[in-house]
Design a protein around this ligand. Structure first.
Ligand code: ATP
Length: 326
């Protein structure tokens, strides 16, 4: 019998499609294994402010198909201070919560790691972010849905781009990672991607124009990862206007619509597997790990590893895009 009787669950940082499927799986697996579950609203903020409610299995009915997070999410500056984290710890004690499942990105897991060490408190993290930028997992909850959304948007932009012989720069999310831009470009048949991982190595824009990427085509779409390093789609378009004025340039910033929508089958399945694995991890006496997936197998990744390392882009994909877009 596990020493853990009651788990708290929260979502924090940026929302991602599939978070609800994860909340559902964690709740049901905990109950299945004889534990109580408490839903904590608005991430670490709601923990400090005592926005906590007991969850039964029906609290998570009919949510697997919904985007966003029923637990809401927030950024919380107080949790970055020892005083704030002490308040959070006191609330967990008050509610009899003896382990925590935190769903979120890099920041959420960084906070979880600090808290777990400070109070010797068991936490298991789930990678919930559309950016796919967490080390130790092949993919994150929300990434596949966001990729599909980008693909659908670019398909639509292509209709207008071809009608006008235009060069479109489409900006996608990703924080400082180019996974959405690179795979989004391959999936939508875009001509190129400008991603931060390569920005410091070479001038991706100049290379694209010099290799004559537009010669055989009457329109072009380039996906640009949002990032200070790439300059974003606006930055790239400004450069083209100055340096290559022959092009008729347009910019489209996809923005928050990339976070929304019903999760894809892949994200629902991933979130469900990871949610159940999180409870299994606690039962298995695992502490302070993120659940990851590698080659379709669930793995435990120590927080320190998931947070500290930069996840490398698969460089074969650069060639895939280059060859498929001639
Ligand atoms: P996304 O990648 O989708 O933006 P995220 O989890 O990285 O999600 P952040 O806003 O970076 O989002 O972090 C979420 C919350 O985690 C912060 O608001 C804060 O409460 C907590 N957090 C982040 N970094 C730290 C830290 N160094 N110490 C304590 N808490 C932190």
């Amino acid at each position: 019998m596990s020493a853990i009787k009651c788990v708290g669950i929260l979502t924090s940082g940026g929302d991602a499609p599939g978070m609800n499927a994860a909340i559902r799986a964690v709740t049901r697996s905990a109950i299945y294994n004889g534990m109580r579950v408490k839903g904590i609203y608005r991430g670490y903020k709601g923990l400090i402010l005592d926005e906590i409610e007991e969850f039964k299995t029906q609290n998570v009915s009919n949510i697997i198909q919904r985007g966003g997070t029923i637990l809401k999410t927030a950024r919380c500056t107080e949790f970055r201070t020892p005083e704030g984290r002490k308040q959070a710890y006191d609330k967990l004690q008050e509610h009899g919560i003896d382990a925590l499942i935190a769903i979120g990105g890099d920041g959420t897991l960084t906070g979880a790691r600090i808290f777990a060490q400070e109070f010797n408190f068991p936490i298991v993290g789930l990678p919930g972010t559309i950016d796919n930028d967490l080390y130790g997992t092949d993919t994150t909850i929300g990434y596949d849905t966001a990729l599909n959304t980008i693909m659908e948007c670019v398909d639509k932009i292509r209709d207008t781009a071809t009608s006008h012989d235009r060069l479109f720069f489409v900006e996608v999310m990703g924080r400082d990672a180019g996974f959405l831009a690179l795979n989004g470009a391959i999936a939508s048949g875009a001509e190129a991607a400008i991603i931060p991982e390569i920005s410091l190595e070479k001038d991706q824009l100049a290379e694209m124009i010099e290799t004559g990427f537009r010669k055989s085509k009457n329109s072009s779409i380039v996906l640009v990862a949002e990032s200070e390093v790439t300059g974003g789609a606006m930055g790239v378009a400004e450069r083209v206007k100055k340096e290559y004025p022959q092009f008729d340039v347009r910019v489209s910033i996809l923005g928050h619509l990339q976070r929304g929508g019903s999760p894809s089958a892949q994200d629902r399945i991933l979130a469900t597997r990871m949610g159940i694995a999180a409870i299994d991890a606690l039962l298995d006496d695992q502490r302070n790990v993120m659940i990851g997936i590698q080659n379709d197998q669930i793995v435990y990744v120590p927080f320190a590893k998931a947070i500290k390392n930069d996840k490398p882009i698969n460089r074969d994909l650069l060639n895939t895009l280059r060859v498929s877009s001639i």
